[in-house]
Design a protein around this ligand. Structure first.
Ligand code: ASP
Length: 309
């Protein structure tokens, strides 16, 4: 297992199974309830959240995690209020932010941005999503949710549904799941299948992904249904987006043959992919999944700052 103190969190591919299991166990021990939490182990530390793309859950849950541990946060959330609007480069911005904080969470539309930032920062950089690349901390909370809800990750059948081409949460989770004994399925419109480079990395890890044409033919075998939004902002051409928009929707009818324990996950935000009536079924775990982000990010921060070995 790699040491976590001062470590950058850039890609889930940098994490072994032992690393992942350690994070999940530390996350499980985190006390999120404010009435019980007396832990202020990160008092005096400052986290910078630097988001060049919209975010609700990642940013707020990192900020909440830091504050629950007694730490502080500085952030900028739009380009308008910062010198980026004046044309400052990412490397210069990062050089400045690292002077004001002890770790940086960065979200950026360009793939590889977090890795670039890490080269210019002596403080740990956490990738909060880099374009259509990776979203490693989302993956850790996704894995935590599967483990917490189903007790084991090994032996499960996971189906990814939706925009597998541009969906960074799918790219990260598919690679992470290669550390476990799982069956992976993809259900997506032909133009939104997993990119070749992700398929190759899955193969290099000795795993395989099967493709299904419709969810109906698969649903009875699935333990985890991972649904994603079509990533409109990543399409180079609006007409291409229009062709696939609204092309799939999970509703009650589709779930009739699902296993009793099958869980539906979604990194959120959802548009029309999951009908609201599904929220009332025991399958719906997407809101719990988002809540798990706080304990998982508390665990990561505790490990990176070295207050937990
Ligand atoms: N919130 C997730 C992300 O930042 C999923 C999404 O935007 O569709 O990748």
């Amino acid at each position: 297992m790699g040491g976590f103190l001062g470590r950058d969190i850039l890609s889930i591919a940098d994490f072994s199974r032992a690393d992942i299991e350690h994070i999940l166990k530390v996350a499980d021990d985190m006390v999120v309830d404010p009435h019980k939490a007396s832990e202020r182990s990160l008092a005096g530390r400052i986290l910078a959240t630097v988001f060049f793309e919209p975010s609700t859950r990642t940013r707020l849950s990192f900020e909440s995690a830091m504050k629950r541990l007694g730490g502080d946060v500085v952030s900028f959330g739009g380009l308008e209020g910062s010198s980026v609007a004046k044309g400052e480069t990412l490397s210069d911005t990062v050089r400045m932010v690292e002077a004001y904080a002890d770790a940086i969470v960065l979200r950026h539309p360009q793939e590889g941005a977090a890795r670039l930032a890490a080269e210019f920062s002596s403080k740990p950089v956490i990738n909060g999503g880099d374009g259509a690349g990776q979203h490693p901390t989302q993956t850790l909370l996704d894995l935590y949710t599967i483990w917490d809800e189903l007790d084991t990750i090994d032996g499960r059948t996971v189906a990814f549904v939706g925009d597998l081409k541009y969906g960074r949460t799918v790219h990260s989770l598919a690679l992470a799941l290669c550390n476990f004994d799982v069956d992976l399925y993809c259900v997506a419109p032909p133009t939104l299948q997993l990119p070749g480079y992700i398929l190759s990395q899955i193969k290099e890890r000795g795993r395989d992904v099967k493709t299904a044409n419709t969810l109906e033919e698969l649903v009875k075998d699935v333990d985890v249904l991972y649904v994603t939004r079509i990533q409109k902002e990543r399409f180079p051409d609006a007409a291409e987006y229009a062709k696939v928009a609204g092309s799939y929707r999970i509703d009650l009818d589709m779930l009739r043959e699902a296993k009793k324990h099958m869980i539906i996950m979604h990194p959120l935000p959802r548009l029309g992919e999951i009908a609201p009536e599904v929220d009332r079924t025991p399958h719906a775990k997407y809101f719990q999944q988002a809540q798990n982000g706080v304990r998982v990010r508390m665990a990561l921060l505790s490990l990176i700052f070295g207050v937990i070995p």
